[in-house]
Design a protein around this ligand. Structure first.
Ligand SMILES: [Zn+2]
Ligand SMILES: [Zn+2]
Length: 199
C-alpha cells in the first residue's frame, strides 16, 4: 500500500470507530509504528485528525482552533456553535444554528454531518435529528432570525413553555429561515454581534 492509501484507510477507520491507537493501526496495516507516525503526520498538520489520549481520532468538536464563522465570518464566541463536516473531511465552524442551517443548505451535497448542541444540556447532536425553536423570547445575541437547537422534542417543548416560540424539524427549520430572510444573503450578524462591529 502507498502512504496515501494508508492515510485514506486510517481516515476511513476513524470515521467508523472514532479513535484508534497507533499500535492498532500499525497492526492492521502491517507496518511499523514509525511508518504510522509518518503516515499520520500530514493528516495531523492538515488538522484532519487529532491526537487523543487513546491514539488518534478525526478532528471534530473541540479540536479545531476557533476563528470565524464560515457563513457570516463573524468571530466564533457563541456558546452554541454548529460544526459541518464535509464529505472530504473538512470541518466548518458556524457561529450559531442559524448559520449552520444556511450553510448546510448552500453545500448540502457535500455535507457528511452537521453537528449542533442541545441548548439546555450542551450535548452534541446530529442536526438532522434535532428540534429547532424559533421566535423564543431568549436572545443568543447572534444571527437573526435566531434558532435554538434541542436534542429532543421534550426539551424543546419544556423550553418553549417558558420562553415561547415555534418548534421545527430540520428541513422545516431551513425553509423557515430562508423564507424569513426573504432571499437576503446577509443575516444581520454584523449589526448584532456588538463587540465585533466595534473592532
Ligand atoms: Zn455565522
Ligand atoms: Zn450566528
Amino acid at each position: 500500500m502507498l502512504p496515501i492509501e494508508r492515510q485514506r484507510q486510517i481516515v476511513a477507520w476513524l470515521e467508523e470507530e472514532e479513535t484508534l491507537s497507533i499500535s492498532e493501526i500499525s497492526r492492521r496495516l502491517n507496518v511499523s509504528e514509525m511508518t504510522v507516525y509518518r503516515d499520520i503526520k500530514p493528516l495531523l498538520e492538515d488538522k484532519k485528525i487529532t491526537k487523543t489520549s487513546r491514539g488518534v481520532s478525526l478532528a471534530t468538536i473541540g479540536h479545531i482552533p476557533s476563528n470565524s464563522c464560515t457563513n457570516c465570518l463573524k468571530e466564533l464566541n457563541n456558546r452554541h456553535p454548529v460544526q459541518i463536516i464535509t464529505n472530504d473531511q473538512k470541518v466548518e465552524q458556524l457561529c450559531c444554528p442559524h448559520c449552520g442551517l444556511l450553510r448546510y443548505r448552500d453545500i448540502e451535497k457535500n455535507v457528511s454531518q452537521i453537528i449542533c448542541r442541545d441548548f439546555l444540556q450542551n450535548t452534541t447532536i446530529s442536526g438532522k435529528l434535532a428540534y429547532f425553536l424559533m421566535d423564543a423570547d431568549f436572545h443568543l445575541n447572534c444571527c437573526q432570525p435566531q434558532v435554538l437547537t434541542f436534542d429532543s422534542l421534550k426539551y424543546a417543548e419544556q423550553f418553549q413553555k417558558g420562553f415561547g416560540g415555534v418548534i421545527f424539524q430540520f428541513e422545516q427549520a431551513i425553509e423557515e429561515i430562508v423564507k424569513r430572510m426573504n432571499g437576503n444573503r446577509s443575516c444581520e450578524c454584523h449589526q448584532l454581534g456588538g463587540s465585533y462591529v466595534d473592532k
